[in-house]
Design a protein around this ligand. Structure first.
Ligand code: ZN
Length: 418
């Protein structure tokens, strides 16, 4: 008997938006919900108590990173990543596929910016580009390639030291079992938005085979069914493929009758197409299972995702941009490093209820960032996570009282004005 279920509390007529509850062995997630990313089993610059106080309900850690360091067996020895990091609440891990492909195959000049990111930020930077290119005829490109895909799995080189590793669906499931999250993802191939149709089709078919193998492998490990497994919809920017992927995964069933507990929507999107692409998929996926939009989480994107039927969102953006001094405000992003803030003795936002805004001025934050003090990253991360969690909580309330579309229009009107 699965220890996991999803209930819809309220649907918003005329849209695919819904408010619901995901029940896990470690607590309930009220949806829509923003999932805080703790890549290496830590939310950078914050303690788990701070993360919880900011309204976070779920923490997601990255399989790829924890596999490489400290290693999933060590994490299992510590009782799983939630226990190791002292997070008491629902958790997720991704499949590792995204980083393997985006870091491993990032040989193209367009993604060479990865190499310039300071240590510690490498993998996160990659998660924004997600470029996986199809087999190239270019010999130089082949030489530089760090990941090789075959039908069984992927062989890749570590971004840390170049050592060789191999992920298969079975391996990803074993690692995620060791990491011990409540919600885990089937191993998938993440493709570039510029990959041609033929390649997207092949990659999608492979992802579907890997999805079935992931389900079968997980059932062997998790006999008590303490983990929920989400299948990952792929298909790139192609409508037919996205719809086919949603249908195949929605109906996928093992000989024992096991099916996916929820779904992830993976791959990269052109920003303008996000709402449409998500809608194609969510019109097909079963209504009674949760849908997670992988790696997307800017305020304007979350509105589109929620309106088109997604329940949860994870993104490194709030904390990553915070460490660079970029702060969310209702008038758009503010860069605290700009000279204009040096003498402003007012909070980031006067009506923000976060610890940072209640106690500190822009002038102080500006000083911390200019003098490269660590506390700057902490205070900025506190504001951004509070902002995004509160925004998504407000979206939930607006679905419940039927005012979501008005709330969205009002928010985006001032947010885009800047
Ligand atoms: Zn604030």
């Amino acid at each position: 008997m699965s220890q996991f279920n999803f209930k819809i509390t309220q649907k918003l007529p005329g849209t695919l938006a819904r408010a619901g509850e995901i029940h896990t062995p470690n607590g309930v997630v009220l949806t829509p919900a923003f999932v805080t990313v703790g890549t290496k089993a830590t939310v950078k610059s914050l303690t788990p108590e701070q993360v919880k106080d900011l309204g976070a309900q779920v923490v997601l850690a990255n399989t790829y990173h924890l596999y490489l360091e400290p290693g999933d067996e060590i994490v299992r020895g510590a009782g799983g990543f939630p226990k190791m990091m002292n997070w008491h609440g629902p958790t997720m891990t991704d499949s590792g596929g995204f980083q393997v492909f985006s870091l491993g195959v990032a040989f193209d000049k367009k993604v060479s910016k990865l190499a310039k990111v300071p240590q510690g930020g490498v993998a996160e930077a990659a998660s924004e580009s997600a470029l996986v290119l199809p087999e190239s005829e270019d010999e130089e490109a082949h030489k530089a390639k760090l990941a090789v895909i075959d039908d069984e799995g992927v062989t890749f080189k570590s971004y840390k030291d170049g050592s060789e590793h191999r992920f298969t669906p079975e391996r990803s499931m074993k690692i995620q079992w060791n990491l011990g999250a409540d919600m885990i993802f089937a191993f998938d191939e993440c493709t570039s938005p510029i990959a041609p149709l033929k390649y997207q089709q092949e990659a999608m078919d492979r992802t579907h085979k890997w999805a079935m193998r992931s389900l079968l492998a997980h059932n062997e490990l998790d006999t008590e069914k303490v983990q929920a497994v989400f299948g990952v919809v792929q298909g790139g920017r192609f409508e037919e493929l996205r719809k086919e992927s949603a249908k195949v995964l929605a109906e996928m069933k093992t000989p024992n009758g096991d099916m996916f507990d929820g779904f992830g929507i993976g791959g990269s999107f052109e920003k303008e197409d996000l709402g449409t692409a998500v809608k194609w998929v969510n019109e097909i996926l079963p209504e009674n299972k949760p849908r997670h939009l992988l790696g997307i989480g800017e305020p304007e994107d979350i509105f589109l995702g929620v309106e088109n039927g997604c329940d949860t969102f994870d993104c490194v953006a709030p904390t990553r941009i915070a460490r660079n001094g970029a702060l969310y405000t209702k008038q758009g992003r503010m860069n605290i490093r700009n000279a204009e803030h040096k003498t402003v003795f007012e909070p980031i936002e006067k009506d923000c209820g976060c610890y940072t805004c209640k106690n500190y001025t822009r002038a102080y934050l500006s000083h911390l960032f200019r003098s490269e003090e660590m506390t700057g990253a902490t205070l900025a991360s506190i504001h951004n996570l509070y902002f995004i969690n509160r925004l998504v909580a407000d979206m939930r309330l607006a679905i419940l009282d039927g005012t979501f579309l008005e709330f969205k229009d009002a928010f985006l009107k001032t947010y885009y004005r800047s």
